[in-house]
Design a binder for this molecule. Sequence first.
Ligand SMILES: [Zn+2]
Ligand SMILES: [Zn+2]
Length: 289
Amino acid sequence: MGWTNYHTHCHFCDGEAEPEAYVQSALRQGLLALGFSSHAPLPFPTHWTMDPGRLDDYLSTIRALQKKYADKLPIFLGLEIDYIPGVISPGDARFQALGLDYIIGSVHFFGSALDGLYPTIDGTEEEFLKGINGIFKGNIRLAVESYYQNVRSMVQMSTPDIIGHLDIIKKNNKQSKYFSEDETWYRQTVSDTLTTIAESNAIVEVNTGGIARKRTDSTYPSPWILERIRELNIPITLSSDVHSPELITGLFRETATLLLDIGFTHLYVLTPTGWQPRPFSPEGVEYFI
Ligand SMILES: [Zn+2]
Ligand SMILES: [Zn+2]
């Protein structure tokens, strides 16, 4: 029994270390599987996504690690791919052609450009507000509903294996600064999104990255959303969205306890034969059955 993690950022995007440092840390911590998911290149420059010219090097570096550590640790090659309507999607042929082991689909951007730039949802509060004010004329509800509409479109049009940090829209909303998750309209848009997800075969990740880095007060998604996910029998996986090697299993024990309390019995793990449900405890998952 031990942990797995499929949401890992290394030097090829905004992670702190070279890929092999994560492999070595995973081995020290007794991980049973590790997946790399660098931010896929975008058609415009950012400080956190992979440079388009480095994609081939990324693919060959991870594949080489896979071979080098074949008898010690199953390693998987993935990408975290953005969804911006009409700009980039996890279903794009150029990504499908890469032979990836899996894809995390994430919405990091408000879906419209502002003066030629796409403001991020999960960047600085200043940039978040620039998006809200510039694109949605200050209407936070419209901005949040548009975010979830983009998640639904992504799931319907190009279902990724994993839906990344489902409610990342709350990242700049600590202490309910801009909206309350208790409001009827918020509950409704989340509920609509979960219905769409339940009709797909996507896995929702329970992501500890925000809470481990103290950027949020709870996991992505929030515990009340996890309760709905349980009721709808939507499959989940546990991931750390890690950017530094030591934190690969950040808050996994505490989060597993929460998930067991909610009533989850299985976490999905990626094995050489695909995504499989496995029983888990606060100590980890039963990866090898
Ligand atoms: Zn992300
Ligand atoms: Zn990520």
